[in-house]
Design a protein around this ligand. Structure first.
Ligand SMILES: NC(=O)C1=CN([C@@H]2O[C@H](COP(=O)(O)OP(=O)(O)OC[C@H]3O[C@@H](n4cnc5c(N)ncnc54)[C@H](OP(=O)(O)O)[C@@H]3O)[C@@H](O)[C@H]2O)C=CC1
Ligand SMILES: Nc1nc2c(c(=O)[nH]1)N=C([C@H](O)[C@@H](O)CO)CN2
Length: 237
């Protein structure tokens, strides 16, 4: 029987793509969701990574993705909820729409995918099945300017506890809480130096540290309901 695939939402770029490629290197079949067609998707497809289009900004879009995922596979080894919209707080009339969009991407999509795809994880013939939520260090302290993002990531962090309790022992559910892993285009030198100074390690490590944490969770049969901080020691500053 062929191995069950691992789903990474938002896995076409950056951290998610790095993890998708490393999982592929480790011999796992991989499915990624993507929102926008890009040339780099063909590189993933050439490696045998399955790409499914998804926009989690509406409930209909989430349910449509779930239906296409179920049409593609009858089982899953793991689900990694990586898709995220790091939108700053909007002002005026856009504030509510932005909050609702981030709620759908960071909370409703993981919630509905976890509920509707429980049967796919339980159909996996391997002894360990995992759900991993990508949250954020800011869950602990909030965020000036990204309050909606932080609040919806906090909701995702809480969903980790609920699903871990509901799905044990058949499915392990954990979270990874990164901070300053990869920069974005346009980040100024001043921003980078300020952000680096917020942790004891004072560095921008790149996506490998996230894959190390994901690998640990996928390989450990006794860990559930936890959040792994991967933040360079922000709590020490
Ligand atoms: N980068 C960092 O330093 C940090 C990252 N994190 C968390 O780690 C995870 C990965 O980070 P990173 O790679 O930087 O994330 P990105 O900002 O690159 O977003 C990841 C993916 O989410 C997808 N996405 C965004 N909006 C939607 C939507 N409405 N529907 C479906 N997919 C969507 C994007 O798809 P597309 O590109 O196709 O639009 C993108 O590929 C995220 O959950 C993030 O919050 C937390 C702290 C620090
Ligand atoms: N979806 C995303 N979430 C976050 C990103 C990102 O690029 N995409 N980046 C950060 C920052 O690195 C922040 O940690 C710097 O302090 C947070 N979340």
């Amino acid at each position: 029987m062929s191995a069950s695939p691992i789903l990474i939402t938002g896995g076409a770029r950056r951290l998610g793509r790095h993890c998708a490629e490393r999982l592929c290197d480790d011999g796992h079949p991989v499915i990624v969701s993507y929102r926008r067609e890009r040339p780099e998707l063909d590189e993933l497809r050439a490696r045998g990574i399955v790409t499914l289009k998804a926009d989690f900004s509406t409930e209909a879009g989430i349910l449509d993705f779930i239906a296409r995922l179920k049409a593609h596979t009858g089982s899953l080894r793991a689900i990694v909820h990586n898709a995220s919209d790091w939108a700053p707080d909007a002002t005026g009339e856009e504030a509510g729409a932005t909050f609702e969009r981030l709620f759908r991407v960071h909370m409703l999509a993981p919630y509905l995918i976890n509920l509707h795809c429980r049967e796919l994880l339980e159909a996996c013939s391997e002894p360990q099945r995992d759900i991993v939520h990508l949250t954020d260090h800011v869950v602990q302290q909030g965020s000036r300017g990204h309050a909606a993002y932080a609040a919806t990531k906090a909701g995702l962090a809480n969903l980790t506890l609920s699903f871990a309790a509901m799905y044990a022992p058949a499915i392990q559910v954990n979270a990874i809480a990164p901070a300053l892993i990869m920069l974005n285009e346009g980040d100024s030198e001043a921003y980078v130096e300020k952000a680096k100074a917020q942790s004891a390690m004072g560095m921008v490590p790149g996506p490998g540290v996230i894959y190390q944490s994901l690998r640990y969770l996928l390989d450990n049969r006794y860990v559930t309901g936890v959040t792994l901080p991967v933040d360079g020691g922000r709590h020490l500053r």
